[in-house]
Design a protein around this ligand. Structure first.
Ligand code: SAH
Length: 346
């Protein structure tokens, strides 16, 4: 069955025509799915009963099943565990900031990138998500909270550029007219650094922010943390980021997870500053979230602040990621992982 929620407005018009319905029905259908966030064809009350039956026969209307929500008593952050129609589990996060609500979505069920400190990669890749499955994380969370989603970050489980075509379609549906119509400037895609795909994305001329997971300032150290660095060297990655900026005018965000005793030395800060200074960029420091399966630890608070100060003195824009939802399996992929481990033990 065709996944109707992943179709563009033009494709939907084509389908509607094929079914012998008037063209404006496509717009109504699109609005029901992407603006009113309907979960069933039966909700689409201005379409004839016969047309709705036809739709049910021919199309799948993807709607994620919310399995669990954990909300932080500290800061209102919510973690959402969803089950996909094939039984795979994914998680998403709602963060409430004073400038609006952000949703962090997953782009794949599992991940094959193998970053050493990350919980999402431990079980490997199950599959890439469809555009509709990426969208519906946002739709379900918006409905659950009753509040509008302003920002979307593709920073949950999975490597978005390892699911490129679905990602692009998702971005167009999310930011296009007739749906939630979120501004491209309010969307961030985070990648571990798949160079050819970064270059391809640059050519799409979108106004989204690219976040590059750097985590080390030398090729050698990066390779020890991120297997993807064996495929694409540090200088290639930096060149691709420069190219992204040149093509889009969008400032790059570098993410740097600080791991105590591994990449938090004075020397690391100096090297990092020299590496990124030539770029129009921003550095986001994330004290590593410890996961049970590895013994990486965050540096103590003072070391984090020292690291930040050193970068600032070298003229780098830098922020420390606010740690939200520490009381609710804060670290990436941990809710999903815990749930899956529990299922296995049963
Ligand atoms: N695959 C993409 C997006 C998902 S990961 C990427 O690599 O960018 C989102 C961010 O969280 C990445 O910067 C990733 O390196 C980081 N991350 C993963 N596990 C982490 C942990 N335990 N502590 C801190 N940051 C982590």
């Amino acid at each position: 069955m065709t996944d109707i929620k992943s179709l563009t407005p033009a494709e939907l018009e084509e389908e509607v025509r094929r079914l012998g319905e008037k063209r404006f029905r496509a717009g109504q259908l699109y609005g029901w799915m992407h603006e009113k966030l309907a979960d069933s064809f039966d909700q689409m009350t201005n379409l004839s009963a016969a047309f709705r039956e036809r739709l049910k026969e021919e199309y799948e209307l993807v709607s994620l099943e919310l399995v669990r929500v954990q909300t932080s008593a500290q800061d209102g952050t919510g973690k959402f565990l969803f089950r996909l129609s094939d039984g795979n589990m994914i998680e998403s996060v709602l963060m409430r900031y004073h400038h609006g609500n952000s949703v962090c979505i997953s782009s794949q069920a599992g991940c094959r990138m193998g970053c050493r400190f990350c919980a999402s990669t431990l079980g490997g890749l199950k599959r890439g998500l469809t555009p509709s499955e990426m969208l519906d994380q946002i739709y379900q969370i918006q409905k659950w909270s009753g509040e509008r989603v302003h920002n979307v970050v593709v920073m949950g489980t999975g490597e978005p550029l390892d699911n490129y075509d679905a990602l692009l379609r998702f971005l167009r549906l999310l930011t296009g007219e007739g749906g939630l119509h979120i501004s491209q400037r309010n969307v961030t895609v985070s990648t571990c650094g798949i160079v050819p795909r970064i270059r391809q994305l640059a050519q799409e001329k979108l106004q989204i922010t690219l976040a590059l997971s750097l985590h080390a300032s030398s090729q050698e150290k990066r390779r020890a943390l991120m297997p993807v660095a064996n495929r694409y060297g540090l200088s290639e990655v930096i060149d691709a980021c420069r190219y992204y900026f040149e093509q889009t005018g969008r400032r790059i965000t570098f993410e740097y997870s600080l791991v105590g005793g591994v990449n938090d030395h004075e020397e690391d800060a100096r090297e990092l500053a020299a590496l990124v200074r030539p770029l129009n960029c921003h550095v986001n420091l994330i004290p590593v979230n410890p996961i049970r399966e590895r013994d990486y630890r965050p540096p103590d608070r003072r070391a984090v602040i020292n690291f930040k100060n050193r970068l600032e003195k070298s003229g780098i824009n830098v922020t420390i990621r606010r740690e939200m939802g520490r009381d609710i399996d804060g670290a990436c992929g941990q809710l999903r992982k815990r749930y899956m481990d529990m299922e296995k033990e049963r």
